[in-house]
Ligand binder design. Structure first.
Ligand SMILES: NC(=O)c1ccc[n+]([C@@H]2O[C@H](COP(=O)([O-])OP(=O)(O)OC[C@H]3O[C@@H](n4cnc5c(N)ncnc54)[C@H](O)[C@@H]3O)[C@@H](O)[C@H]2O)c1
Length: 437
């Protein structure tokens, strides 16, 4: 199957709007500034370092992804954001403690210029935080209009050609889809009536979509994963994607679990525990925010292992995920996995993973790739849920009649085949029989 999609060229500047000037977003921006100056390499980023095979293996056509599809250049990115704390991005980066001085000082000027706009925030949705830099308004709809003003001003003042918004703010409390989330009318009415089912992240998402700006949800909040937002995005020809960046432990899970399944090794139990000490960890110390994260982290194994198809192997495994706030570790999380598996004749075995990872270091390239790919999606005329970007998310959004694809390797194939499709190249099936005719 071949496609060929008309793609508008990425001319001019691309504005990146970020709710949440914290550990992830400052690490991302500092990295982009360093890469621009040749002072750092964007390791982990598919758009900057990845390649894509085209045609037959014998053709040896393997361009870099950024040379294959028309992506915005790092030099063309302009940043702005909102936060409840007035610290500029340099101050926020110092407080986050992810990057060392040697990486922050060379880009200090650029970071200092990013001063957060007053946020739309409500403590009822993030119990552990509060700060002074907030917007006021009589209802949530009015607050959305104020965000739309911010967006318009940022675009005009910086002569931007296009925009993308990416949620890098704290995880909100667990919300379930409710009747008010069903239609655009009920959503807008609920915003005007300050309905509790409308979280601040939804106010940002609404403002973005109404402004024609693609929206990406990096946290596990419900946000755009509701029918009203999906419909709004379709009506405004805006791509949306989410949710929850797939970084540390879930990344490992979606690497290891497909391997176990491929070899038909059974699973008795998978116990995952984490300690982390950054602000994200503090927010997740609140049971209601943790519940949102927990739901997001639990889904992957069920979908990958398909217990309904393999009841003897995966019918009754025990799965537990814990996160504990432990200040000494800062952003350097430690995630342990104990995996009880069984093989031939049911003999038990164990796998232990101890991942000493750096949360924001793993998240930053994901932010960059998502920003560039969502801008590409919009220029290619894609709208609504962008399932081909599932690769980057713990809980990938998908059409209501589908189940989400969690297997990292299938996700990567889906992503690359979408790029091939956009450019009118043959999709790769890995069949390979043609080489032996
Ligand atoms: N780092 C990772 O590996 C990773 C992985 C998946 C998801 N995430 C999610 O990404 C988000 C950011 O993580 P982080 O480590 O940068 O957290 P952080 O606490 O360092 O930064 C979040 C920032 O958002 C601000 N904020 C909270 N509510 C806001 C609002 N309504 N409007 C504007 N700003 C608001 C906070 O003040 C804070 O500065 C979190 O939701 C986290 O769960 C991170």
């Amino acid at each position: 199957m071949k496609g060929k999609v008309e793609i508008k060229s990425p001319e001019g500047k691309l504005g990146v709007l970020i709710p949440g000037i914290g550990a992830v977003s400052t690490t991302f921006m500092a990295g982009v500034f360093l890469a621009r100056k040749g002072l750092g390499k964007p390791f982990g980023s598919l758009t900057q370092m990845g390649t894509i095979r085209l045609g037959k293996r014998t053709e040896k056509r393997v361009p870099r992804i950024k040379d294959f599809v028309e992506l915005a250049e790092l030099n063309d990115l302009v940043f702005a954001g909102w936060d409840i704390f007035p610290d500029n991005a340099y101050e926020a980066a110092v407080k986050a403690g992810v990057l060392r001085k040697e990486h922050l000082e060379p880009v200090r000027d650029e970071l200092e210029q990013i001063k957060p706009m007053p946020a739309v925030f409500d403590r009822n949705y993030v119990k552990k935080l509060d700060g002074p830099n907030k917007k006021t308004g009589s209802n949530k709809y009015e607050l959305a209009l104020k965000l739309m003003d911010d967006i318009k001003k940022f675009k005009e003042e910086n002569s931007l050609n296009r925009l993308v918004m990416i949620w890098c703010a704290s995880t909100e409390i667990y919300l379930k889809p409710e009747p008010v989330h069903q239609t655009i009318e009920s959503l807008e009415k609920a915003m005007k009536e300050n309905h509790p089912a409308i979280a601040p992240s939804m106010v940002y998402a609404y403002a973005a979509i109404k402004s024609g700006v693609p929206f990406i949800n990096g946290a596990p909040n419900l946000t755009v994963d509701i029918p009203a937002m999906v419909e709004l995005a379709r009506q405004h020809n805006v791509p949306i994607a989410g949710k929850d960046f797939k970084t540390g432990q879930t990344l490992m899970k979606t690497i290891v679990a497909p391997g176990l399944k491929a070899r038909l090794l059974g699973l008795q139990g998978w116990f995952s525990t984490n300690i982390l000490g950054n602000r994200d960890g503090e927010v997740l110390d609140d049971p209601e925010s943790f519940k949102t994260k927990e739901e997001s982290k639990l889904g992957a194994l069920e979908y990958i292992l398909q217990p309904e198809i393999y009841p003897e192997l995966y019918g009754k495994f025990y799965h537990k995920v814990r996160i504990n706030y432990y200040p000494p570790r800062g952003d350097n999380k430690e995630g342990w996995d104990n995996i009880d598996i069984f093989g031939w004749l049911g003999y038990p075995m164990q796998i232990k993973i101890d991942f000493l990872c750096r949360d924001s270091i793993l998240a930053a390239p994901i932010v960059l790739d998502l920003v560039l790919f969502m801008d590409l999606a919009q220029r290619a005329g894609f709208r609504g849920i962008q399932e081909w970007l599932s690769f980057y998310f713990k809980t990938p959004m998908c059409a209501p009649e589908l189940y989400p694809e969690h297997d990292l390797f299938i996700q990567l194939m889906k992503l690359k085949n979408t790029l091939r499709y956009i450019k009118g190249e043959e999709l790769i099936t890995h069949l390979g029989l043609e080489y032996y005719d």
